[in-house]
Design a protein around this ligand. Structure first.
Ligand code: AMP
Length: 413
């Protein structure tokens, strides 16, 4: 008993209606993203470890403790992708996409891997739908990206949504701010959690994410980055807000919004849902104007977001899922007729019909029950005395020439 192998901790199988619900979600996303000019990208499941170390940032939780890294031989270190932005940026550089009309707009549906403590809505392998728009710093790209996420969430009926936005400014505004923030943290060091204390110099902004009560008190009076934005960063943020207002996107400004990854600049945003438990993040993202250079490429501004598929499903009512229709079920009375039945089902599929064949060795009675259960529109019954075709809607049944079955299911009995 106990030596039966199970799916690894933090992973899950997708079956039955859940699989159909996922397909419906992906379809809803595709219907929003593709008309807006986003093309599909797929990158490898694993990448050079240095891509994430450089791209996501050494000081982040993801890189410090959550990556599945393995030695691929020849002293090459590979990592199962923990996120999608760095790989897409790597692909942009590798394929010289700067030569294409900018911005290059790409979307993905992929699985990601993080060694986190599993709980409801938090897995070690999870799926994200995400997009990246690279090559323009126009605030309209930011607003459009946010609008598209809001449209997907609306299309699937997500409940209890809240959109928070902020701006992290560019490196220049951040440097001045970091000094102020670090001084504030130092002045209140004894009230901070050990984790935050240890990262005062490395990543002081992350203190805003802490749950620790003392740290939260200190952060309540901390200086805010929004008050330190350089003029052009401020203008950029104002423009994004104006565009969101024009499109009717409802948002809150949250100056304490700090996303978990290091590469963000200027616009950051996050959708949460109070229909979810502790893991309330549905999707989020932001601008990353310095990332290309960090990856060794020529500078190119970019913005993107990722939304968790499992979280979106948890926050939304189950979509109406219908099993795929079956046009024809081919039943046969004796084993001698199996070849003819097999051929009829194959021919029907080639002609574009959804055709099923009895595969479970059932009795004829069992086959008819099975056809009924599958919701077949027609059943062809191959018998020693000939072929009959039954219309499962009207109950009408008649004997037909075997090679006219297709003709009949197209035109009715
Ligand atoms: P992030 O890449 O951390 O910004 O995450 C973007 C979105 O992916 C989150 O809002 C979640 O919906 C989802 N997500 C992140 N980590 C996990 C996880 N471990 N399990 C399930 N979903 C996740």
């Amino acid at each position: 008993m106990s030596d039966r192998i199970q799916a690894p901790r933090g992973t899950f199988d997708v079956l039955g209606d859940d699989a159909l619900a996922r397909d419906a979600l992906v379809e809803a996303a595709r219907r929003v993203l593709e008309p807006a000019g986003y093309g599909r990208i797929e990158t490898p499941t694993f990448e050079a470890t240095s891509l994430f170390a450089r791209g996501v940032g050494e000081s982040t939780d993801v890189v410090q403790k959550e990556m599945y890294t393995f030695d691929a031989g020849d002293s090459e270190s590979l990592t199962l992708r923990p996120e999608g932005t760095a790989p897409v940026c790597r692909a942009y550089l590798e394929h010289g996409m700067h030569k294409l009309p900018q911005p290059v707009k790409l979307w993905y549906l992929s699985s990601f891997f993080r060694r986190e403590r599993p709980q409801k809505g938090r897995y070690r392998q999870f799926w994200q739908i995400g997009l990246e728009a690279i090559g323009s710093d126009d605030p309209a790209v930011d607003a459009e990206a946010i609008l598209l996420l809001s449209e997907i969430l609306e299309a699937i009926g997500s409940r209890g949504l809240r959109l928070r936005i902020s701006s992290l400014g560019t490196a220049a505004s951040r440097t001045a701010y970091r000094e102020e923030l670090t001084a504030h943290l130092r002045a209140n060091e004894d009230r901070l959690s050990q984790e935050v204390r240890e990262r005062i110099d490395l990543n002081p902004l992350r203190a805003f994410d802490a749950d620790h009560p003392g740290t939260r008190e200190v952060m309540a009076s901390a200086p805010l980055l929004l008050d330190f934005l350089a003029d052009d960063d401020h203008e950029h943020f104002e423009a994004v807000k104006e565009l969101l207002d024009a499109a009717g996107v409802v948002y809150e400004i949250d100056p304490t919004l700090v996303r978990g990854l290091d590469y963000y600049t200027r616009t950051v945003f996050e959708y949460t849902s109070d229909a979810l438990g502790a893991q309330s993040g549905v999707g989020g993202g932001g601008r990353y104007d310095g990332l290309m250079e960090q990856l060794g490429g020529a500078p190119a501004p970019g913005i993107g977001w990722a939304a968790g598929v499992e979280r979106m499903l948890l926050a939304s009512p189950p979509p109406p899922v219908a099993p795929p229709p079956v046009d024809l079920y081919v039943a046969y009375a004796t084993p001698e007729l199996r070849v003819a039945a097999f051929k009829l089902a194959a021919d029907a599929r080639r002609a574009g019909h959804a055709a099923r064949l009895e595969l479970g060795g059932r009795s004829l009675k069992g086959q008819l029950k099975q056809a009924d259960r599958a919701g077949a529109r027609y059943v062809a019954i191959l018998g020693d005395e000939g072929t009959s075709l039954k219309d499962m809607q009207s109950g009408e049944q008649k004997t037909v020439e075997p090679d006219t079955v297709m003709h009949h299911i197209r035109g009715g009995l």
